[in-house]
Design a protein. Sequence first.
Length: 393
Amino acid sequence: MTVPAVPAVRGPRPHPTPWRTSTRALRPSAKVLPSQARAHNRAVVLGLLFHEGPVSRADLARATGLTRVTVSEIVADLLADELVAELGLRPEGRVGKPAMMVGLRTSDHHIVAVDLQRLPSARVALLDLTGTVVSEQTADFSGLRGEEALTALERLCRSTVDSAPGRVVGVGIGTPGIVDATGGIVESVRLGWKYLPLGQRLSEALGLGVHVANDGDAAALAEFTYGEASSSGFMAVAVGQGVGAGIVLDGHLVRGHRLAAGEIGHLTVDPRGEECQCGRRGCLETIVAPTYLARTLQGLSPVRRRTALRDAGRRLGAVLAPVVAALDLEEVLLIGPADLLDGPLLEAAAATVEGTLLPASGPSVRVRMGNRGEDGVLQGAAALVLAGELGFS
């Protein structure tokens, strides 16, 4: 799956009260062809309704630059598809005939989102179109690899689809490993997948569109779409069972020529360090991933615990600094367990990044915790579905 433009919101607000948000979105990478104009116009209208909340047809025409006739035809189609609803006349008084408000039926449609970041625990949730988790469940993937892991994932998705109270738009998955442009897994060490057409296999099995991204990329999409991450450039470092990162630069998700941009977890930071699951020693994830870090901290006094966390933060900062410098990023977000990351580790990472960079005029890089919490990968997976199935841009 090619990573498309995704919607940018600042959090859901109840209908029918109109609300306004910043309408950022990842920039499209291709021009719209004449044959694609109708689908593009439909996506523009859907995207504006998603970002801005209920508006009138006339407001849609003014905001999109489309003719009123075109907007009326698109809204009629969306009403027929039950994606939008008429919500009554505009509450505030204006001169002339009161306008009928239309808005997305956000709670009537659902997305199945899967977070495989914290294996062996797999988390799947049903979300509405605003990214709000409606229900969720977890499954233990201990010992599951290859086809067994795929079968378990299909079963988990199917049970969630079957439990949905309304239409399921599609399925989004955030997974460790390298994911290609078609939603296939190039390689995922933790799941024993290699050259697996995951999106295609699950789509055929479930009868729904399935969209797959690396978990770090999904976390970055969630921070960009639903959070307050910088639109000029940021890196979201997802710390779960492993460590990965997603990078958004000038409105574009950076993929890299090997599709491995942000795969920082297996950079060697201590050649004599602990053996990593990848077979090498001293990878970054053996320093900062929660399972390793918790083992390092076990039994330490409060003073020695802070010292160990600061040491892990310095090592993380040393890895982040060259990326920040090369791309001139505005901020770095850490995503993961706050009890381990937020405090001495974050402070040491920020100080290391700041101390390593060449001093320059203007504001310094920000290193902070992400604000999507535990739902980040799930919301990023949902954003993939919105873009892939409904075309929000």
